[in-house]
Design a protein around this ligand. Sequence first.
Ligand code: OGA
Ligand code: NI
Length: 320
Amino acid sequence: MEKNIKFPVIDLSKLNGEERDQTMALIDHACQNWGFFELVNHGLPYDLMVNIERMTKEHYKKHMEQKFKEMLRSKGLDTLETEVQDVDWESTFYLRHLPQSNLYDIPDMSNEYRLAMKDFGKMVENLAEELLDLLCENLGLEKGYLKKVFHGTTGPTFGTKVSNYPPCPKPEMIKGLRAHTDAGGLILLFQDDKVSGLQLLKDGDWVDVPPLKHSIVINLGDQLEVITNGKYKSVMHRVMTQKEGNRMSIASFYNPGSDAEISPATSLVEKDSKYPSFVFDDYMKLYAGLKFQAKEPRFEAMKNAEAATNLNPIAAVETF
Ligand code: OGA
Ligand code: NI
């Protein structure tokens, strides 16, 4: 309970006033100690958020709920007798904004919903870039450093995962989304304003990220932990299922481009870094099979791959 009270909630509008230094310090503290924070007064229009939440719930009811129920039946999840460890109790679809939008390829979205998601995507992208620069400032990196690293040759990858976590008759048997860290860069989450479920791991305890109307939850992915040489943390989180209520969440992932070269920033490394250097896509290939495991073995595997390339550059070239 006490831990919930301390969960960092940051008023972004204070960056424009006397409390700027204090606010920057709160962001830095959250990045180092929580890997998560919740933003209020972030500049995203509330009426757009309210409309998107409504349309996401309507879209689920109209186009997704039936499919979700069929999925439950086909996977034998309609009767939960024992704990299920290999499936998530969620209904999702993905929108990609960058490098190329797939917004018009997604079936069953009304025009109004599509346009709202397009506007929202652009605004969240701008907020992500603003936040990356705040992180640079706190880290003593030049303005634009993170954006540049994420750019690669074709710009960042930016997409939105739209999820619904429907009510579950036996919440103790299955997670909405199993514990994981996010692979990418910065994640901006617009979560249900009433139904809770998101938890993060803090000093060995699961802590709720409580619903807060009109807020945006920010968390850092594995790439920011690597680039900051571990100063900032990518933190385990999960979604619990609930007996009552359908929780919606709209998670936008601002990630490096597929050929972006990721490595710890030189100014943040004292001697040798325990973090690897790699091409982002290679990390994603590894992550695909290991998402629901700890991040450390992933970092280690990339480090070993890097060492092998350095020891035997000819062989590495020949594999292409
Ligand atoms: C994710 C995630 C949380 C949520 O998709 O990686 O952590 O609340 N989502 O949907
Ligand atoms: Ni996640």
